[in-house]
Design a protein around this ligand. Structure first.
Ligand code: NAD
Length: 498
């Protein structure tokens, strides 16, 4: 693999509004410091309420003009597919930006660009499959068409952990539906989302269809959520901010879809082959430094096999390479910022204080310049401890035990979240009992974190509202309009009838 270096000078960005590259109206900017190196790596416009309103107006005018929604599906497909191919061409450049801004390992960031491009490809196909339905079963002279029409202007608010990947779970599908958009990426990782404006322009997207602003949750995200000119918000981020967005969106009752947090269990039965599953456990918790909504942060294992499991998971976790995210061999990079770093360390302290046993790690890696935490494992964890039921969003694994199926289900469901879960067993009955009873939008059996653009993803309980990906995802961005056509015109006899 190519060698990646910290650039000598940071990158300067502008907002992308109505097809033009602009500063914020106040001319103010903000910077991002690479969590893996402690250097400034990007400078972005500090957008305010006025900038956001201008971006919303641009998206509204583009939607009204119908320049995008009135293209044929095949014409929209072409631009969306071209976007996929430019993402692939520029994958290393995009990946470097994400590694510098987020601290994630470069080899992982490059893989994410391919995942993102794959979703653009899939969405391009969806653009050609919007057909609506017809019903001729409600009377001989009545034909009903259920037309699918784009919902309008969509506000998209995204987090920092998978910047281009997460916007790619929203934007291409909304574009396939014929919507226009205003996007607010996380203030910690805006680079690749802003660059997406350049890519879309090159792919031939008309001006104003997509508008992208850098800035903070309040005012930019807040203005999007409150605006009467935004028809829908699609949000990925924390459950706390998701709830706030639902409240802020009430003014015009806009549609809201939410992809939120998780505290995902992997349940291991005695018949499972621990040597086979151990890599999935280590990957599940330490991938993206544990800063992953799908992090497999809770192991719920049958007490008969816990001792040998602990020995193997510790041995395996010790082998994970932690360090400079620009090193292609590194698997665990830096924690996103000081606030998140402190939060993780507080959870490690609370695990110890509440009586769990620290079996591995638990410390800052002081030999490195950035924000690094050792892969950490707690054993003797009880379901009521904070580290067992709250989202830590860091490289901290909690191991709990169970005796019966019922107990495993109860522990698995003992959180406010319901995003994803895993079951490891060779027994089909056990697998079926578990998949039916665990509250989660996705349940993996004998694997962890597989995903495809074709397969819906989203959360139950406080992990979300709605689903992304899959063939139905386009319906999230569309309204159904019922047209009832009578072939034998008659207005009835209501006025004079008895
Ligand atoms: P966050 O909720 O702090 O921020 C997410 C976005 O919301 C950012 O762009 C932020 O600027 C914006 N925001 C903040 N305050 C706002 C406000 N008042 N109004 C509107 N927007 C506002 O989340 P984060 O720390 O960036 O990301 C981590 C969280 O995201 C974790 O909880 C994780 O589980 C979740 N996540 C979920 C999924 C999923 O698919 N379910 C995927 C990735 C991350």
């Amino acid at each position: 693999m190519k060698t990646f270096r910290l650039p000598e000078k940071h990158k300067e960005y502008k907002n992308f509004i109505n097809g033009k590259w602009v500063e914020s109206s106040s001319n103010e900017t903000f910077e991002r410091i690479s969590p893996g190196h402690g250097e400034v790596v990007g400078c972005y416009p500090l957008s305010n309420q006025r900038d956001t309103e201008i971006a919303i107006l641009s998206a509204r005018n583009a939607f009204k003009s119908k320049e995008w929604s009135h293209l044929t599906g095949a014409e929209r497909e072409k631009i969306i597919r071209k976007t996929a191919s430019i993402i692939r061409e520029r994958a290393e450049e995009l990946a470097l930006i994400e590694t510098l801004e987020s601290g994630k390992p470069i080899s992982q960031a490059i893989d994410e660009m391919e995942w993102a491009a794959g979703i653009w490809d899939y969405s391009a196909t969806l653009a050609r499959h919007i057909a609506g339905e017809a019903n001729t079963n409600v009377g001989n002279d009545m034909t009903v068409m259920m037309q699918k029409v784009p919902i309008g202007v969509v506000g998209m608010i995204t987090p920092w952990n998978f910047p281009l990947l997460i916007i790619s779970q929203k934007l291409p599908i909304a574009l396939a539906a014929g919507c226009t958009a205003v996007i607010k990426p996380s203030e910690l990782t805006p680079g690749t989302t802003l660059l997406l404006g350049e890519i879309l322009q090159e792919a031939g997207l008309p001006n104003g269809v997509v508008n992208i602003l850098a800035g903070y949750g309040n005012p930019v995200g807040q203005t999007l959520a409150e605006s009467n000119d935004v028809d829908m918000i699609t949000f990925t981020g924390s459950t706390a901010v998701g709830k706030h967005i639902v409240r802020a969106s009430a003014g015009n009752l806009k549609k809201v879809t939410l992809e939120l947090g998780g505290k995902n269990p992997q349940i291991i039965f005695p018949d499972a082959d621990i040597d086979v599953l151990i890599d999935a456990v280590v990957f599940g918790i330490y991938f993206n430094m544990g800063e992953c909504c799908n992090s497999g942060s809770r192991i719920i294992i049958h007490e008969e096999v816990v001792t040998s499991f602990i020995e193997k998971v510790v041995t395996h976790a010790k082998k994970v390479k932690v360090g400079d995210p620009l090193d292609p061999k590194v698997k665990v990079g830096a924690i996103i910022n000081n606030k998140q770093f402190d939060k993780i360390m507080e959870y490690i302290a609370s695990g110890k204080a509440q009586g769990a046993t620290l079996k591995l790690g638990g410390n800052r890696i002081t030999s490195k310049k950035g924000l690094f935490i050792e892969p950490t494992i707690f054993i003797d964890v009880k379901p009521e401890m904070d580290i067992a039921c709250e989202e830590i969003f860091g490289p901290v694994l909690s191991i709990l035990t169970f005796k019966t199926n019922e107990e495993a289900i109860e522990i698995a469901n003992n959180t406010v979240y319901g995003l994803s879960a895993g079951v490891w067993t060779k027994d089909l009955d056990t697998a079926m009992i578990m998949t039916r009873n665990i509250d989660a939008g996705t349940v993996w059996v004998n694997n962890w974190m597989s995903g495809y653009p074709e397969i819906p993803f989203g959360g139950m309980k406080q992990s979300g509202l709605g689903r992304e990906l899959g063939p139905q995802s386009i319906n999230e961005f569309m309204e159904t309009k019922s047209i009832l056509i009578k072939s034998n015109p008659a207005s009835g006899n209501w006025t004079y009838g008895s």
